[in-house]
Design a binder for this molecule. Sequence first.
Ligand code: BES
Ligand code: ZN
Length: 445
Amino acid sequence: MKDPLSELIEFLRIPSVSANPENAGDVARAAEWLAERLRRAGFTVEVAPTAGHPIVYAERLAGGDRPTVLIYGHYDVQPPEPLELWETPPFEPTIKDGKIYARGASDDKGQLFAHVAAAAELAGETPVNLKFVIEGEEEVGSPNLVAFVEENRERLRADAVLISDSPMFAPGLPTLTYGLRGLTYMEVRLRGLGRDVHSGAYGGAVPNAAHAAAWLISRLKDEMGWVRIPGFYDDVEPLSPQEREMWRRLPFDEDEYRREVGAGDTSGEPGYTILERRWARPTFDVNGIGSGYQGEGSKTVIPATAFFKFSMRLVPNQDPDKIADLTESYLRRILPAGYQMEVVRYHGGYPVLVPTDSPPMQAAAAALSQAWGRETVFTREGGSIPIVHDFMRVLGAPVVLMGFGLESDNLHAPNEKLDLINFEKGIEASKNFMRLLPEYLEGGQ
Ligand code: BES
Ligand code: ZN
């Protein structure tokens, strides 16, 4: 049997970029690779086709009286571009200073594979029934997973859902995440003219779509970080003093955070700390913008069209569809005369909060603490894993977010990496969790 790291390297070599149709064959190959690995570990595996990329479903049952753990992860990765900023090629995994560099190292192949390796190592023991549901479309909004979960409600039934697709709070600090933000992703496309025109011949007398885009953006969020869409904050659940106090005790250095991200200054709503802004407050961000001349030098032109893509991160009690409705009707109301506007809605996701006192969470805290030799901290996160809401809704099982990554892993960016120690401790923590869960479930009944 190969060691887990060599196997992870094989997995990372497959460029399973879900967003790029040219990589569809590679995405399918990654699914088959996983299926084969799980079969070798004694799992019964199905590679279920979907309208998009396949879902790998695997189970290895220990017996009816044993508790069941469902592990979710994703084998697809973000596009590697811009390639010129990678120090080593994204699909040639490279080990340097105790870290493995490759697209997907942290998000999510490395974190997911820690559980596959743990399951393989536990093959002789059978503390729990194990099920895996691993999708290939997380990075494009999981368009086919909700239907799969609903249609396979019985098959997926579990006492706990275990997910490793999030960071630890700090290196060496075992972390359980009990909250994730939700998401509403949209795009505005504007047209002010039938074609681009000379900015001298026409300038001052015709609409300019780039200006309309800038004007709309300025009306969506103010310079203090306050979102200006009427009703946006209506359903936001306020932070409790206890939670604020718990976060204040986490080892967080604002100056170091600023340096690490290369920002001149941090930004956001007054009255909230950086952690509060990221974990408990909703926000609006432009993710892409385009209009007019983008080439070398200058060109005197009035662009006929403009677009901007934007997303809103949501917190408990906000509803992604309601937010999309509010945003669209506001945009239509404030759109200056003379422009055509198309509003596109992409994926969304509900925010989640999971109880920290459930037996699976407590078992996970003990499993992590054993692996790292330190007490586990509880945090929320700013990112989104939309399927978590559906797991809770459809399966009704407690979800455990046991991240093995780090904030500094360069997720979605060049030079993504995973610390090897996190991979090793991840395997250990996963095995600990499988062994500890039965007694915690019994104790909790
Ligand atoms: N692994 C991330 C989610 C994440 C990031 C959790 C940071 C906690 C902290 C996941 O793969 C991801 O990027 N999700 C997308 C979801 C979207 C495409 C629907 C996100 O958050 O942008
Ligand atoms: Zn991910």
